[in-house]
Design a protein around this ligand. Structure first.
Ligand code: SF4
Length: 233
């Protein structure tokens, strides 16, 4: 499947089949949360290269120790790193979080992104990726889960599974996959597909050997024949 700005009828049919398979296996594919955009942004930074559970724990510790964003921005960086240690890579994430907060304050005069609720998707995306250390995936998470927009965040699971399925070409970078999937997947199903591909990546299409024999998408997948010894679909 080659992503284009306007998916073909065959591509749309295949995407619908993939979504049906994911729903049949996992049930309703609900987005994980809806929160304040700045909270979601900082939580997403904390979730980089760690599990959701570790990120939530680090976020809870951060808010308990520093109840306001101003206190986070003004904290000693080493102390902030200690507070978020359970989220991993604390010595990288602490200065990144402070740089983001300081830049938001410099631009807005306050620690607040509620203006994004009334702004268009592209304006919000451009603003977020212009913040220090914020990439397309983080921007898409904020758009999808804090603002309820039709974005499809490409995390490590979505990247791996969509490549194996053949939704993006092999060796496509995560940033490029983000744009390709955004163009390929119709807006109304982006969040559901994101949630379903993450479930599939965590439980079945793992980073090592995928469990194709028990995958609900094995009759649609370009990689399954490699593991199941049969012809490609
Ligand atoms: S069939 Fe195998 S490679 Fe394809 S998505 Fe399922 S688990 Fe992954």
């Amino acid at each position: 499947m080659t992503p284009t700005e306007a998916p073909t009828a065959a591509e749309r049919r295949r995407l619908r089949s993939i979504l049906r398979g994911l729903r049949a296996r996992f049930g309703p594919l609900e987005p994980p949360r809806r929160t304040d955009p700045l909270e979601e942004l900082i939580l997403t930074v904390l979730s980089q290269h760690t599990s959701d559970a570790n990120a939530e724990r680090a976020y809870g510790a951060l808010r308990a120790r520093y109840p306001t964003w101003e206190k986070v921005a003004r904290a000693r960086t080493a102390a902030l790193a200690d507070a978020i240690r359970s989220g991993g890579l604390a010595n990288t994430k602490a200065p990144r979080i402070q740089a983001i907060l300081r830049e938001i304050f410099r631009r807005e005069g306050r620690y607040d992104l509620s203006w994004t609720r009334d702004a268009g998707d592209e304006r919000v995306r451009e603003y977020l990726v212009s913040l220090p250390g914020v990439g397309p995936k983080t921007a898409a998470v904020v758009l999808a889960f804090a603002l309820g927009r039709d974005a499809i965040p490409v995390d490590t699971h979505v990247h791996r599974v969509s490549t194996r399925l053949g939704l993006v070409p092999p060796k496509t970078s995560a940033d490029k996959a983000d744009r390709l999937l955004h163009d390929l997947v119709p807006a109304p199903i982006r969040i559901e597909l994101h949630v379903g591909l993450i479930r599939l990546g965590r439980e079945i299409c793992k980073a090592g050997r995928p469990r194709c024999e028990s995958c609900p998408l094995n009759d649609l997948c370009l990689t399954a024949p490699l593991y199941m010894g049969r012809a490609a679909p």
